[in-house]
Design a protein. Structure first.
Lengths: 349, 466
């Protein structure tokens, strides 16, 4: 297999991993203002993702760095071209990242409210822009014959890309709600299930629309045949249909498996539709960047392939183990005591 | 601030701003992670609860600091492509590899095991839990390693050739064993340890001044001095040796740093000078010099020849093309090197005096020195940031030494207005984060360390929850 194909698939996989894992983190973040009845429940929701969100975000960091290393021209054109969109993403991700650590460093309700909203806004914003950004790679943006982006921020906002962005937001919210049904107990768990039932049909419907539209765009604007893009799209639609069924059948484990699958297949559909290009040019199709024109040398790819093949299994192993360690449901009495409150009480601070 | 009118100037301003800001948090993480691990190990081995309390106390500072380091690290990764697309395309083959490996080998490790450490106090066995903080420390060091490999390639591009207008990796072994990289990695890790040790020392001094938790913070002070004295001393020697390495590969950087216009043998070291910083004004109006010292610092021999900027400029014109100025900003490099070295020396002196007072049992009674210890917390940052200014400004006009100029490397599709906007957004955000971070750090550095709840710490509080 060509190393270019391997790295294109690996980057697709990294994005899929990011969507799968950070997807439910974002979903939990989006639901923060709506699900919990009190501060304690909010704390429980934060804690469901507390031990894992940082590791989940590394999937994005590695996807970015892998693009830089394996397809420098893709990285250069995408990151300079999507400048303002990425600036927004950075803003959303930064306020969200610090919210985890900072929120509970003070007991002031206003303070806690601020950082909760930082997390929620950050989750919504980042999810929306990633959906719009990734689908823009396929829909096409103005790229000249030097491979430079010549458009502006508005070129990213097309009916299709906005639909894809909204689909990602809804998908993550749904995915986050099913995640919470697996990680919480009692009343909070029931409200999470209710939220999942409310989100299920809109999320599945909009995601189905976006998936079908993706295949149409692939055929229409990226010179693809119906097959293979139709395959992941159809499987994705099926997975989401099953997710809807299972959530109404009150089978939360199966529902979570299906939202996870649906999220992964959403990314798979985008990348299958994109191949062998990495960025379609709307100026002239011939200006599109391809995995061959944008890639690094064979030697560099070979070195990184060896590294990736050695390290990735280890990462999967210890990240998987983390999820095993923190598999217990949260929300019982053990969390009645807020550690910071305890500290404050002890120290009189 | 310089009024920057062109896209490349603005891109440089943004890079300087975001990178220096990011490096406010990096060295503390690099040093505090292993030192907290040491504290936890001392508790694990002795069962002495004091070390558990110190682990928790300094662990909280580590976490507050770590969060903002992660957040600003994202900007670092994105902005190469955003502001420097020509650079990115030119170097991705070589420079991208260590970045990708950093993500896979280091970031996953530190992020995952930090989560396990924070939330694992009651879920993992003590031994496994201790291992998680050591793995976090390993992750931070690996991250520093790969970043310094990448940066050192910009200083001294090895293991690569230029084909079709872009650099291609030819030997990953040469890339990793770049002499520049090996010394720079050691240097940056020792900077991290020095920073964390001085923070632990300064915080301990503050608590000793208040005369509370004396036993606890005497121990923390002792630990920090055991680290700070030898590490800051070794780092002075190591930094000085790095100067010899730089002289070999980037003689212009050293000449500019020393404001040395004419080649000298032997060369004297200028301790302080007024004037003499530009082509039109090559002779300082006032200076204090130590004979032969520069020869020693730059070449390792007291009679070595050190090349001046005038000769190097004509050499570079022959090698890289006429009509260009190959001299980096002299005043900036001259002073950044001196701030780095003088403050670095001061750190060693403070630590050494602290160790002396501790040894004589007079540390907690010498109040003026305890106050000095508190304010010395700032010193490692002054020194480290000056060091980065020296490294990066001294490489100018090159972005990759000898291969690509900074002025040719920015994104052609990004307008000055766009960069200006992003500088505005990031500066505002960073300022707000800095204020919050400072308030939180101060607050959690000055509270009494929490007593563990329950017996033997089993039911103890998490170091900090999210």
């Amino acid at each position: 297999m060509d190393l270019q194909i391997f790295w294109f698939c690996l980057i697709g996989l990294l994005w899929a991993g990011y969507f799968l894992l950070e997807g439910f983190d974002f979903g939990v973040g989006m639901l923060l203002p709506f699900l919990p009845r009190d501060e304690r429940e909010r704390g429980v929701m934060f804690e469901t993702i507390g031990p894992v969100w940082d590791g989940n975000e590394v999937w994005l960091v590695v996807a970015g760095a892998a693009t830089f290393a394996a397809f420098p021209a893709w990285y250069a054109t995408m990151f300079s071209g999507f400048y303002l969109a990425l600036l927004l993403v950075l803003f959303f991700l930064i306020i969200r990242v610090v919210s985890f650590e900072w929120r509970e460093k003070s007991e002031s309700p206003v303070w806690r409210e601020i950082w909760m909203w930082a997390n929620t806004v950050g989750s919504f914003g980042a999810a929306l822009i990633w959906g719009i950004g990734l689908s823009s790679l396929l829909y096409g943006v103005p790229i000249n014959s030097d491979g430079d982006f010549t458009g502006n921020l508005l070129d990213l906002f097309r009916p299709y890309t906005v639909a894809a962005g909204v689909a990602v937001v809804l998908l993550f919210a749904f995915h986050g709600a099913t995640f919470l049904t697996r990680r919480t107990t009692g009343d909070l768990c029931e409200r999470a299930a209710a939220a999942a039932r409310r989100l299920a049909i809109p999320a599945a419907a909009v995601a189905t629309l976006a998936l079908v539209w993706t295949v149409v765009v692939a055929v229409d604007r990226n010179d693809k045949d119906l097959f293979p893009p139709l395959l992941p799209a159809a499987l994705g639609i099926a997975a989401l249909a099953f997710a809807v069924y299972f959530i109404f059948a009150r089978r939360s484990g199966a529902a979570f498996t299906m939202t996870a699958l649906g999220t992964v297949l959403f990314v798979a559909t985008l990348f299958t539709s994109l191949y062998p290009r990495v960025m379609v040019s709307s100026t002239d199709f011939a200006n599109s960047l391809t995995i061959d024109s944008a890639s690094s040398s064979h030697y560099a790819l070979a070195v990184m392939t060896v590294v990736a093949l050695v390290i990735t299994p280890l990462v999967l192993l210890y990240q998987g183990w983390t999820y095993y360690v923190f598999r217990h449901r949260l929300g019982g009495d053990e969390h009645a005591a807020d550690p910071v409150e305890l500290v404050a009480r002890k120290t009189g601070a | 601030m310089v009024v920057a009118s062109t896209a490349v100037d603005l891109a440089r301003v943004q890079f300087a701003m975001t990178s220096l800001y990011h490096f406010l948090f990096v060295p503390l993480t690099l040093g505090l992670a292993p030192l907290v691990a040491v504290m936890q190990t001392l508790w694990y081995r002795s069962g002495d609860e004091a070390w558990l309390r110190l682990t928790r106390f300094f662990g909280t500072l580590l976490l507050i600091n770590f969060a903002i380091g992660v957040a600003t690290g994202l900007v670092q990764e994105f902005q190469f492509g955003m502001n420097w697309s020509i650079y990115s395309e030119y170097v991705g083959d070589v420079f991208g590899a260590p970045l990708a490996i950093e993500g896979l080998a280091a970031f996953f490790l530190e992020a995952t095991f930090l989560g396990l450490w924070i939330f694992g106090w009651n879920r993992l066995s003590r031994g496994v839990h201790l291992a998680t903080i050591w793995l976090v420390a390993l992750g931070t060091w690996l991250s520093a390693l790969f970043i310094m490999v990448a940066n050192s390639w910009m200083q001294r591009p090895v293991g690569s050739t230029v084909t079709d207008g872009r650099a291609e990796l030819t030997s990953v072994w040469e890339l990793l064993t770049n002499r520049f990289a090996i010394w720079a990695i050691a240097h940056v890790i020792l900077v991290g340890l020095t920073t964390a040790a001085m923070v632990i020392f300064g915080v301990s001094c503050w608590h000793l001044l208040r005369r509370r938790n004396m036993d606890l913070f005497r121990r923390a002070a002792k630990l920090s001095l055991i680290v700070a004295v030898p590490v800051s001393a070794v780092n002075l020697a190591l930094g000085s040796h790095l100067g010899v390495v730089v002289t070999e590969y980037q003689p212009m950087k050293i000449a500019a740093t020393e404001a040395l216009w004419d080649t000298e043998q032997p060369a004297s070291f200028s301790i302080f000078q007024i004037g003499g910083f530009s082509v039109d004004d090559q002779t300082p109006s006032f200076d204090i010099e130590i004979p032969r010292l520069l020869s020693f610092l730059a070449t390792g021999s007291f009679s070595g020849e050190v090349q001046g900027m005038n000769r190097l400029q004509s050499e570079y014109e022959q090698r890289y093309g006429r009509g260009e100025n190959y001299i980096p900003p002299v005043r900036t490099t001259y002073w950044s090197m001196r701030i780095m070295a003088y403050v670095g020396t001061l750190i060693f002196l403070v630590a050494a005096l602290g160790a002396f007072l501790y040894w004589r049992g007079r540390l907690d009674r010498t109040r003026w020195f305890l106050w000095l210890g508190v304010f010395s917390i700032a010193l490692p940052w002054v020194s480290a940031l000056a060091g980065w200014v020296l490294t990066e400004v001294g490489r100018q006009p090159w972005i990759v030494f000898g291969l690509l100029k900074t002025a040719d490397a920015n994104s052609p599709s990004v307008t000055p207005w766009t960069i200006g906007l992003s500088i505005g957004v990031l500066a505002t955000l960073y300022l707000a984060l800095a204020v919050v971070d400072f308030v939180l750090m101060r607050r959690y550095a000055t509270v009494d360390p929490p007593e563990p709840v329950g017996e033997g710490g089993e039911e103890a509080l998490p170091a900090a929850g999210y």
